[in-house]
Design a protein around this ligand. Sequence first.
Ligand code: APR
Length: 231
Amino acid sequence: MKKTKFVILTGAGISAESGLATFRAQNGLWEGYNVDDVATYEGYLRDPVQVHRFYNMLRKKLQQPNVKPNTAHFALAKLEYTIGSENVTIVTQNVDNLHEQAGSKNIIHMHGELLKVRDEQTGQIFDCYDDIYYEKNKMIRPHIVWFGEIPLYIDEIHQQITQADYFIAIGTSGHVYPAANFVQLANQFGAHTIELNLEPSLKENLFDLKIYGPASQIVPHFIQQLLTKIA
Ligand code: APR
């Protein structure tokens, strides 16, 4: 029997109740920092010391004991565990590791990962849990996709979406491309498209089904219903 395939796009909203601020919220990540300074390659070239300071701060925040996966992350892990990793792909815009902590395995980090750094010259990627400091001849940068840079694994993501029976977007505002366009591709290839968010996103009208509320409440409920239908 053909298995049901899911592609689940997640954004900052799924981690909001885990103690991590969303980007476009009032108390969002960028407050006090200019995006062009800390989240572009040009900003990094201008002032690498400040950029490292910013990411050191975020890395510390992510590792505070109060930052933990919430019921929405756990529900997605349960879905994967129940129907198999080959049938559930999480495509996340988040640079946190809360999906991993919740137990999900098949995760594509299209915007990079906060707990990794990259050697600019060799492209080699390393785990990084501590502060890093700028050193003149050592070209180590955060493994983060900055504004103006191309997201990671795009071909693979497109391929997964074209094979999906369900495309579910959770906690994403639809402001940032190419992720904001994925729902269109999913529709073209015949997937059921579902938006789970606190409020209607910019792409709201492209989804077949929409459910609004805090992720920690609506995601577990939705996944539970889904599992009784398909598992
Ligand atoms: N539950 C569900 N959704 C929520 C919650 C919550 N508790 N809190 C906020 N949201 C919703 C908001 O209503 C908003 O629509 O999550 C969405 C978060 O939107 P953004 O802050 O724009 O985050 P995201 O869509 O992930 O941003 C995409 O932009 O800044 C860049 O690279 C960064 O990956 C990021 C990308």
